[in-house]
Ligand binder design. Sequence first.
Ligand SMILES: [Cu+2]
Length: 312
Amino acid sequence: MAGEPASPAGPAAEPRHGLRLLILWIAASAICCPLVYLVLGPHVPPGDMSSSAANQQFDFTVLATIATPVILGVLIYFGYALTFWRAKPDDETDGPPIHGHAGAQLGWIALTSAIVLVLAVFGTVELWTQQGAGAGEGPQPIWKPNTSSILQVQVIAQQWAFTYRYPQFGGFETTQLELPVGQAVAFNVTSLDVIHSFWAYQLGVKADANPGVNNIAYTTPRQQGTFVVRCSELCGLWHGAMYNYGKVVSVSAFQAWAHQSEIQLASLTKALPPYSLTYDPTVVPVLGKVLVQLGLTGAGGGYYNPADPEQP
Ligand SMILES: [Cu+2]
């Protein structure tokens, strides 16, 4: 200590830095871990609007809670070293020599390995029990919801919009995405041109949209409300404008909307290619001409092109 006479006991007078650090670290972790899990957790994106979103929020919260003691350990050591091991002005002497410590090295390897392996098991279980956790599982999903009642929604990405077909309601196609609350949904995601990515942010759903591929993602909406749909794969000039909003509504409101859309869009649906899991992109320009000839492009299911000033 400054001003004190040098102790004849020498190093024996050093405080027990390791013990101090350990106590500081345990106390800070005991305070901060519950705060991260209980207070921050409910605000972690993407929220809990659907089963997959809630699942992701839980996973992120668990990871943040596990990371908290690691971050605290680094910051506390950093702060402690700056405070107590700072070189005094004009002190040009060397610090004490550092020796290897087999126990610390083995402990470090064992602990970090255990954390990684436990998290690998945790991640696999979370994917499995949550039917792919809202991610695209490809054309033959290995994890499916435990129910035969699944609403099929086809997501058709194209430069630069998403359209949706509802095969259980006559296969009508629309630019509006509506889903019933509490109902398992299978998104069948495909593309008509380049690679896009269907990202329904608040639903915690993200699946690549590849031409000629049916990429399936599952979720179950839990709350009514609006969610954002964005393209999450750079897909050309108007990629940034490739977004809109979807809605989760009551089951009765969804049924009414779907039946009404089926009837209203019936003439357009007849001109569309029959519902299929993928579409031949070379047919699309021909289809566009047919729709124009039939005067059907303004019927709500047309291919909106933001680059074309002629379109509404
Ligand atoms: Cu896109």
